[in-house]
Design a protein around this ligand. Structure first.
Ligand SMILES: CC/C=C\C=C\CC(=O)SCCNC(=O)CCNC(=O)[C@H](O)C(C)(C)COP(=O)(O)OP(=O)(O)OC[C@H]1O[C@@H](n2cnc3c(N)ncnc32)[C@H](O)[C@@H]1OP(=O)(O)O
Length: 281
C-alpha cells in the first residue's frame, strides 16, 4: 500500500491519488506558496525519499490556493542568506557561494529523482517557480497561468536553474534572453507556443486531473524502463550524442538493466494484448 503517511513536511503535502502516483502539493497558500527557508530543505528531502520509494512511480507537482507560487519569499530574505557584517569579503563570498549551491540542490533533487515529475501549474508561476518547473519532466498549465522570470526585477541574475535549463527546453535563445532580461510576464498560450508547457487546460481541476491521468499511464509501464529513460534523457541533454549512446549501452545502464524481467513481461503482454503487471522497484 501507499506509504504517503511517512511524508511529513511543513510546506508540502504528499498524497497518493492513484496507485503508484504521488501528488506533492506546495502547501503555503496563505503565503502564495512563496519559497521560505523550510521549503528549500523540504523539497530535496521529499524528492530524495520519493526517489527510493517503491510505492511511487510518477509524481504530480501541484500547488494549493489561488496561484502556483510567488517565488522566493521576500519577507524571509534575512533568514535565507545571513552573514555577519564584520566578516571578511572572502569568507562572505564562500558562504554565499555555498548557500547558493544548497539552493541549487533543491531543484536538482527533482531532476535527479528517479521518478518522472509532472508539474500542474495554475495562475502565477514567478521567479523561483520557473526554476522549479524547469527541473520537472513534463509541464502542464491552466489557461489563466502566467510566468515571469522575475529575478532581474529584484536585482539578481537567476541562479538556481532557469538560465541553465530553460534554453535546453525552449530551443529559442533569442526569446529566452528577451524573457530573462526584461522579466516580462508571458501567458499560457505563449508558453505552449514555445514549448515550456505541452498542454493547457481550462482550469486547475482539469489540469490536475489531466496530469494525474498522464501519471497513471506512465505508472502502468515498466518502472525500470521509465526510470532508465529519465536518467538517460537527463544525461543525454548534458552530453554529446556519442557520450549518450555510450552511457545507455554501458553497464551503468542497459548493459545491466536489459536483464530485467520487465522486458519479458512487457513483450508477453503486448503479444497477448493484455496488461503487463510490473513488480515494485
Ligand atoms: C538564492 C536565491 C534562490 C531563489 C531565488 C528566486 C528569485 C525569485 O523568486 S525572484 C521573484 C520573487 N517574487 C516576486 O517578486 C513576486 C512578486 N509578487 C508578485 O508578482 C505578485 O504579488 C503576485 C505573486 C503575481 C500576486 O499578485 P496579486 O494576486 O496581485 O497579489 P498581491 O496583492 O501582489 O500580493 C498579495 C500579498 O502577497 C505578498 N507577496 C507577493 N509575493 C510575495 C513574495 N514572493 N514573498 C513574500 N510576499 C509576497 C504581497 O506583498 C502582498 O502582501 P500584502 O501584505 O497583502 O500587501
Amino acid at each position: 500500500m501507499s506509504g504517503v503517511s511517512n511524508y511529513k513536511f511543513e510546506t508540502l503535502k504528499v498524497t497518493s491519488p492513484k496507485e503508484f502516483v504521488y501528488e506533492v502539493t506546495l502547501n503555503r497558500p496563505d503565503a502564495l506558496n512563496s519559497m521560505n527557508k523550510e521549503f528549500w530543505y523540504e523539497i530535496p528531502a521529499c524528492f530524495n525519499q520519493i526517489s527510493a520509494d517503491p510505492n511511487c512511480r510518477v509524481v504530480v507537482l501541484t500547488a494549493s490556493g489561488r496561484l502556483y507560487t510567488a517565488g522566493l519569499d521576500l519577507t524571509g530574505l534575512g533568514d535565507t542568506l545571513t552573514f555577519e557584517n564584520d566578516m571578511d569579503p572572502a569568507r562572505i563570498a564562500l558562504k554565499i557561494t555555498n548557500g547558493i549551491r544548497d539552493f541549487q540542490k533543491t531543484f536538482t533533487a527533482i531532476e535527479k529523482c528517479d521518478k518522472p515529475v509532472i508539474a500542474a501549474i495554475h495562475n502565477a508561476c514567478i521567479g523561483g517557480g520557473v526554476d522549479l518547473i524547469t527541473s520537472c519532466d513534463i509541464r502542464y498549465c491552466t489557461k489563466d497561468a502566467f510566468f515571469q522570470i522575475k529575478e532581474v526585477d529584484i536585482g539578481l541574475a537567476a541562479d538556481v536553474g532557469t538560465l541553465q535549463r530553460l534554453p535546453k527546453i525552449v530551443g529559442n535563445d533569442s526569446l529566452v534572453r528577451e524573457l530573462v532580461y526584461t522579466a516580462r510576464r508571458f501567458q499560457s498560450d505563449e508558453a505552449l507556443s514555445f514549448g515550456l508547457v505541452s498542454r493547457v487546460f481550462p482550469d486547475r481541476d482539469a489540469c490536475v486531473s489531466g496530469a494525474i491521468e498522464m501519471a497513471e499511464l506512465i505508472a502502468s509501464k515498466s518502472p525500470v524502463a521509465v526510470t532508465g529513460s529519465k536518467v538517460n534523457l537527463v544525461y543525454s541533454r548534458d552530453h554529446t550524442v556519442q557520450e549518450g549512446l555510450d552511457f545507455v549501452a554501458s553497464a551503468s545502464w542497459n548493459g545491466c538493466m536489459v536483464q530485467t524481467k520487465d522486458v519479458m513481461e512487457a513483450v508477453m503482454a503486448s503479444m497477448q494484448k493484455s496488461t503487463a503487471k510490473f513488480s515494485k522497484l
